[in-house]
Ligand binder design. Structure first.
Ligand code: APR
Length: 176
């Protein structure tokens, strides 16, 4: 198990569905049955095979849905990646500190990636869209979780969808 020092990290602008990596991470919801944003794009571009495996997970291990902060892998279907690692970010709350749940999305996705033998993983900015996390705060949590993770993944890619998110994540990862 290499420390983070052996893991190449990059912070780029792009579309998570176009990433040529072993695994792309989906900003899913607990139903695992699709949605908008990243979730919608992955299911739309990845095709029916992803949803079929998600439905099978709901019929077995995750009959109550995937809990917030946990991660599970399926095929990536028609995407360039080999797997999709679905994780459920916390909805932002001003009243409750849910940062540990957001950090868990990154560390659990890396744990699942290690279990698959995935060497490269692409993350979107989990919880910063529909789930309304402020970008700076979410970027800091993502950076701390990824930089502190012990993983065999040799390449971690943060894939941002707009300039504001790119700037926030570059600041957080020190690549501004
Ligand atoms: N590639 C990369 N990033 C993307 C893409 C894409 N194709 N589409 C959207 N994003 C960015 C958004 O701009 C945002 O910064 O991903 C980030 C996460 O946004 P959401 O996809 O809305 O995810 P999240 O905030 O975690 O909310 C999850 O939204 O789509 C539903 O089913 C999903 O209920 C779940 C909730």
């Amino acid at each position: 198990m290499s420390g983070i020092r052996d893991t190449r990290r990059s912070v780029i602008m792009g579309d998570i569905t176009e990433q040529r990596v072993d695994a792309v991470v989906n900003a899913a919801n607990g139903s695992l049955l699709g949605g908008g944003g990243v979730d919608g794009a992955i299911h739309r571009r990845g095709g029916a095979a992803i949803l079929e495996e998600c439905r099978a997970l709901r019929a077995s291990r995750y009959c109550g849905g995937l809990p917030t902060g946990q991660a599970v892998a399926t095929t990536a279907g028609l995407l360039p990646a080999r797997w999709v690692i679905h994780t459920v970010g916390p909805v932002h709350s001003a009243a409750e500190d849910r940062s540990a749940l957001l950090a868990s999305c990154f560390t659990e996705a890396l744990r699942v990636a290690d279990g698959l033998g995935a060497e490269s993983v692409a993350f979107p900015a989990i919880s910063t869209g529909v789930y309304r996390w402020p970008l700076e705060e979410a970027a800091g949590i993502a950076a701390e979780a990824i930089l502190g993770a012990r993983t065999r993944v040799s390449e971690v890619r943060l894939v941002l969808f707009d300039d504001r998110a790119l700037a926030a994540f570059r600041r957080a990862f020190g690549t501004a």
